[in-house]
Design a protein around this ligand. Structure first.
Ligand code: ADP
Length: 325
């Protein structure tokens, strides 16, 4: 009754004890047997001789405080977790935005650089024609006009490239799967690149004669062509490119390995991103839009395949294609 009146909610037990020998005379119902005085018991002596006392046992204070605070504590923990989570999410979004911004800027720089060259060449040639209209030499006039035409063609080619890029983006890639002899496809590619490149290049082809693979011929050709092209582009004055293929429990593993520039660890995961190019400062000696590997990855994934890279900066790179078709 008293506990109700004073709203005491703490668990407690009362007993009447004889103080002389600390023996319990009466104990409240349900009380666990606790003998003697403890730090959490309180004595109230009620007789004149100091012989008898009421003794109340309560829970320890810490326990009470913890129990009363448990709601707040749990809530705080949840809020803390939420806060940390949102902070990390925010930071990641900001970082992503920043890199996107950088990529966009690099792309614009690249693009302007590429577009500016033909424009300024055509401009200069046109200027010559305008300022020296008295030029009697017909063949030189023609030369200039041809230069202008060539540059304009190059320019329209660039524009067409950009347009087709955005068109390809929207289009679903359609596949025409057939069995391809990988060795002969690679040999064809290698002989084409031997003609195209002036760089001393050594090719190694480790594919058996009748090795075949199911794929869309044109797409697969583009995939390998892009990889070889990159190995040639991102390497020193000479390069060794090796292409190999093997079957490994139902999968085909194709590897294109070069001893070129290599890619730093932190950039490796990003090279497959759209428009991503490894930053080279203000030097634009190697042309590209950072779309090659993005395109390859997309193609390989439409074939249910996978592409990964292992690379060491300054030593070379290895592109691994896992093919399941
Ligand atoms: P692009 O060649 O047009 O820049 P890619 O998507 O083909 O675009 O390549 C992205 C980036 O990956 C390149 O800028 C280059 O720095 C790096 N890279 C690709 N292939 C190689 C390679 N074989 N060796 C070294 N770096 C490479």
């Amino acid at each position: 009754e008293l506990t109700q009146r004073y709203e005491i909610k703490t668990l407690h037990y009362t007993e009447i004890v004889a103080l002389e020998n600390d023996s319990v005379l009466i104990r409240s119902k349900m009380a666990p047997v606790i003998s003697g005085k403890t730090p959490d018991s309180y004595d109230y002596i009620f007789d004149i001789d100091n012989k008898y006392a009421f003794r109340t046992h309560t829970e320890t204070q810490n326990k009470i405080i913890l129990r009363q605070m448990s709601g707040i504590a749990v809530a705080s923990l949840i809020i803390l977790a939420l806060l940390i989570f949102s902070y990390i999410y925010l930071m990641r979004t900001i970082l992503k935005q920043k890199t996107l911004e950088e990529i966009k800027r690099d792309f614009t720089n690249n693009m302007t650089h590429e577009l500016k060259t033909p424009i300024s060449v055509a401009y200069a040639a046109n200027d010559v024609l305008l300022n020296y209209s008295s030029e009697k030499n017909e063949s030189r006039r023609k030369d200039y006009l041809y230069i202008i035409k060539e540059q304009l063609q190059h320019l329209s080619g660039l524009v067409e490239q950009i347009l087709s890029m955005s068109r390809d983006e929207q289009k679903e890639i359609s596949l025409k799967i057939e069995s391809i002899n990988l060795r002969s496809l690679c040999r064809q590619l290698i002989s084409e690149y031997r003609l195209k490149t002036e760089k001393p290049t050594e090719f190694t082809l480790a594919i058996t004669d009748s090795f075949s693979i199911n794929a869309d011929r044109i797409h697969f050709y583009n995939i390998l062509s892009n990889l070889i092209d990159n190995s040639l582009k991102y390497s020193g004055p000479s390069v060794h490119i090796s292409i190999s293929a093997k079957k490994e429990n139902k999968k085909t593993i194709i590897e294109v390995i070069d001893n070129g520039n290599g890619i730093k660890k932190e950039q490796q995961e990003r090279i497959f991103d759209k428009f991503y190019r490894v930053p080279t400062g203000n030097i634009h000696d190697i042309k590209g839009y950072g779309l090659g590997l993005y395109y390859i990855k997309r193609l390989i994934e439409t074939h249910n395949g996978k592409i990964t890279v292992i690379s060491e900066y300054g030593k070379g790179s290895k592109f691994i294609i896992e093919w399941t078709l």
